[in-house]
Design a protein around this ligand. Structure first.
Ligand code: ATP
Length: 273
């Protein structure tokens, strides 16, 4: 079943055209990864799917309805959430904010709200941190708190902007498990952005961006050498190597303008057998 249908959408950030005319669909009950170089429009696209940013042309429908009508049913976890320094806000406060919209009379939390908050803190393994102030946490711990806030909302659609960026292996695994549980145990849909091609290869569906959507489909259909070179710049890929039955393509991090950023290299491994 189709979750999202975008028809020729154009997206502006201020006066800057961030995404040119793009059409795509996203399947329901699956993990969809949005990939592309820095500045290629991934966050902008996510904001439009979550109903935070309106297209200046075209239309986005979610579950068959204009996104504006269903945006309260979408959990959106931003790349970075900024609270003013010195805000005395605890981990539990931040996760609880995920239930503000669903609270009962007089803004009181009901038992289902408290269960959702506790569930989210448990699965994200931040129960021990619940009374700590947000600003006392490391970047990775904070990231887990924000994802927990999205999980606490309990919506069928979870949209995550770079949930894995900058995390250690343990935190990555926790978030990866939660994303899979959302889909496999709760039947929810997850849409996330990532710079990690391994993560994209493990998703059910991939959207590749470069100032517009340039390919969509299964990882095997999208993560081809041609598509990746088109998005990340010709010549940016090394010759693929065969390692233990896996085709490995090394991908330098690039900007949408094609400037290869030196150093950090991503490795994309895809099973060929
Ligand atoms: N508030 C803004 N005002 C004007 N232009 C913006 C604004 N935010 C982003 N942009 C521009 O829109 C384009 C798309 O940005 P976006 O954040 O969607 O890219 P991205 O693919 O998510 O990048 P990254 O991988 O670096 O997070 C970029 O050229 C960016 O400079």
């Amino acid at each position: 079943m189709t979750l999202v249908e975008a028809d020729d959408i154009v997206l502006y950030r201020g006066s800057h055209r961030a995404v040119s005319a793009s059409s795509f669909t996203i399947p329901q009950g699956k993990i969809t990864a949005v990939i592309g170089p820095n500045g290629s429009g991934k966050t902008t696209l996510l904001q439009a799917i979550a109903g935070i940013l309106s297209p200046s042309a075209g239309e986005i429908r979610v579950m068959g309805k204009p996104v504006k009508e269903v945006k309260q049913d979408i959990s959106f976890v931003m790349q970075s959430v900024v609270f003013p320094t010195g805000t005395p806000i605890t981990v539990k406060d931040v996760v609880s904010m995920g239930r503000y919209a669903q609270r009962g009379w007089f803004g009181m939390f009901r038992s289902q709200d408290r269960s959702a908050i506790n569930y989210a803190m448990n699965v994200m393994n931040i129960g021990d941190l619940k009374n700590r102030h947000l600003e006392e946490l490391s970047g990775g711990q904070r990231q887990r708190v924000y994802v927990a806030q999205g999980i606490a909302q309990g919506h069928e659609i979870l949209v995550l902007d770079e949930p894995m960026t900058g995390l250690d292996l343990t935190s990555m695994r926790i978030i990866d498990d939660v994303i899979h549980a959302e889909v496999e145990e709760h039947g929810h849909s997850v849409i996330l952005t990532t710079h990690d091609l391994d993560e994209a290869a493990a998703a059910d569906h991939v959207i590749l961006m470069d100032g517009q959507v340039i390919a969509t489909g299964s990882p095997a259909e999208v993560l081809t050498r041609d598509n990746l070179e088109r998005a990340y710049g010709l010549g940016s890929l090394h010759e693929p190597a065969e390692v233990n039955g896996t085709t490995v393509v090394e991908l330098p991090e690039c900007t949408a303008e094609g400037d290869a950023l030196e150093a950090e290299e991503h490795t994309y491994g895809r099973r060929t057998s």
